[in-house]
Write a protein that binds this ligand. Structure first.
Ligand code: DGT
Ligand code: CA
Ligand code: CA
Length: 561
């Protein structure tokens, strides 16, 4: 499946166009890339049906380029842009604070073309001397470059879900396979994933390996064996397939799901009984097999209830399983509404009505429309009068759909409070607020905003971007305390780059402050990502009661009243 590969080409084209100061086009390429990334169907199948132009945001010209790329493996337009300006823009823009335009400036002034060049230039102090840059940006580059480099190794969970699911179904449908499971960090829903680990039962392992190693998505076979093979997929992701026996499938599931620390604690527990635990099974002192066929059986023989994969991080789950005190985890179906949704009124791709219809078709009961406040000028949020004008579209969407459409805003937290007036704030059914930069005194600013305004939801609290920007350095105890007093909820944001509030913080503060899980969708396709946010709530041990938007609307509004 080449969806991510096509999307990254389009993103790169957008960056190159932006470097050349071309207007509008970059946005069109990014919109197209975003909807392709979110497709659950293989883009090659869409191309075969000649329906590329039916993909949202894909017009004639972009469709032609995608077709050229899928047919020939090359894209002349992209190659020309890259030849004109040979810089690794994808890697360089991963450094927080560097967009395509700044990358171009650095290239013109210092010849920076790669992350290594950038690091050298920052270390020698050459960046500070470039016009419009200065010490502050140079320091920031030095701080963020390691994160950007790590980003080359770990993929965002949300971005590889379609690839992984596709792979899983494709293998499962092939005759040689009887069972296929993607395990490892992917199964635990860890926010970033190093590689894909796949377990399978096969009726013909020779044929199964042949199927795996010759998949369309495979660009390189790293290693091919009888029971284990490793390949590289088209988006530079490594995938390992292991074929195991039915009698040890459960033990292998436990072992290869990990985490490693979870496994070690389980194994120590076996050793305490003079037993042995490995990927083949649980064995007693006489080497008789006690368990191995199913996961539940392995845990049971160890005196534990079955532990959901999201909890297997060695943060107390084994003790809880022993005491039969595991949390009754919140489930995707428990979520009744989405409380963070953008539209064309700011930087979204779809109208209020389209977002509402999609939310309704996903079975949601309510959706809160939250375009950006005016201070975030780059994305052009509505002015106060434009916000008031939105009310008509909100009413229309309410009349036309089965979902209750609420009118809110994602205000920007500033040093003075929020970027909107008090009157404007009271016009919101619910008010979302967030930081979008890295202030010097984030704790003070947020607490001040909570005090001065009726903030209902604090969105993507740590303002981190995975692989790109470290979380803000907050006094979280103080923030949580104030939020609880002011009846402000913390958001668990489901965007693949964010997944913020981080699951560790969720675990620490669950019960002290209520959470909401929202998508922060900028297109209808992104409304489908709620599950990814729910998985992070699960990693943070949340039960339904910890998450406010598991409630019917009247109870939800009661909390914020
Ligand atoms: P990743 O790929 O870095 O996102 O993280 P994982 O958890 O998928 O790790 P990976 O791919 O290295 O290995 C898959 C699982 O195999 C891991 O979660 C636990 C198990 N495993 C790997 N190495 C060891 C080990 O040295 N000891 C034990 N007990 N388990 C291991
Ligand atoms: Ca892995
Ligand atoms: Ca692996």
């Amino acid at each position: 499946m080449k969806n991510t590969e096509v999307a990254s080409r389009l993103y790169e084209i957008a960056d190159f166009l932006e470097m050349q100061d071309i207007e509008y086009k970059p946005r069109a390429y990014r919109n197209a890339a975003r909807s392709i990334e979110a497709l659950s169907e293989d883009i090659e199948a869409i191309h075969e049906r000649d329906e590329l132009q039916d993909i949202e945001g894909v017009g004639e010209s972009i469709a032609e380029k995608i077709a050229e790329y899928l047919d020939t493996g090359e894209l002349e337009y992209y190659q020309r842009l890259k030849d004109d300006l040979p810089v690794d823009v994808e890697a360089l823009t991963r450094v927080e604070g560097l967009g395509p335009k700044r990358v171009k400036q650095l290239h013109d002034a210092l010849g920076v073309a790669t992350l290594d060049d950038l690091e050298d230039a920052a270390e020698d102090g050459r960046i500070a001397s470039v016009e419009d840059f200065g010490e502050q940006i140079q320091e920031n580059v030095l701080e963020q470059i390691e994160t950007a480099k790590r980003g080359e190794e770990r993929m965002l969970l949300g971005k590889i879900v379609p690839t992984a699911r596709h792979l899983e179904t494709h293998l499962y449908d092939a005759p040689a396979f009887d069972q296929v499971d993607v395990v490892g960090s992917f199964r635990r829903h860890r926010p970033t994933v190093g590689d894909l680990d796949i377990l399978a039962l096969a009726n013909d392992s020779e044929q199964a390996m042949e199927t795996f190693c010759t998949l369309d998505a495979v660009t390189e076979v790293i290693e091919r064996g009888e029971t284990r093979s490793s390949v590289t997929l088209s988006d530079d992701l490594q995938a390992d397939l292991r074929i195991v026996d039915e009698a040890s499938y459960g033990a292998a599931l436990v072992y290869f799901t990990g985490s490693k620390d979870h496994n070690i604690t389980l194994r120590d527990r076996a050793i305490d009984n003079d037993w042995k635990l490995n990927e083949y099974g649980l064995f007693d002192a006489e080497d008789d097999k006690l368990a191995g066929e199913t996961e539940a059986e392995v845990y049971e023989e160890l005196g534990l209830s079955w532990i959901p994969p999201e909890l297997r991080e060695e943060t107390g789950e084994i003790d809880a399983a022993e005491a039969d005190a595991l949390p009754d985890l919140v489930q995707p179906n428990d979520i009744r509404g989405d409380l963070h949704v953008h539209t064309t009124a700011s930087d979204g791709d779809n109208t209020i009505r389209e977002m509402a219809e999609h939310a309704a078709s996903n079975g949601l009961e309510y959706v809160l429309i939250t375009d950006h406040g005016p201070a975030l000028s780059v994305v052009g949020g509505p002015s106060e009068s434009e916000f008031m004008d939105q009310k008509e579209a909100i009413d229309d969407a309410n009349d036309a759909t089965d979902v209750t459409v609420l009118h809110g805003l994602e205000a920007n937290i500033t040093e003075e409070g929020l970027d909107i007036s008090q009157e404007w704030a009271t016009e919101c059914d619910l008010l979302v607020a967030a930081l979008h930069d890295t202030p010097d005194q984030p704790t003070e600013n947020v607490i001040h905003a909570f005090d001065a305004y009726p903030v209902d939801i604090f969105a993507h609290p740590l303002n981190r971007l995975l692989n790109e920007r470290e979380p803000l350095d907050f006094d979280l105890d103080a923030l949580v305390e104030t939020a609880a007093e002011e009846r402000t909820a913390f958001e668990i944001n489901a965007q693949p780059e964010r997944l913020d509030f981080d699951w560790r913080s969720v675990k620490q503060y669950r019960g002290d402050v209520p959470f909401v899980v929202s998508t922060d969708a900028h297109s209808t396709a992104e409304l489908d990502a709620l599950d990814l946010g729910v998985a992070q709530a699960q990693r943070g041990w949340c039960e339904g009661d910890h998450v406010l938007n598991t409630n019917p609307l009247d109870e939800l509004l009661e909390y914020f009243a």
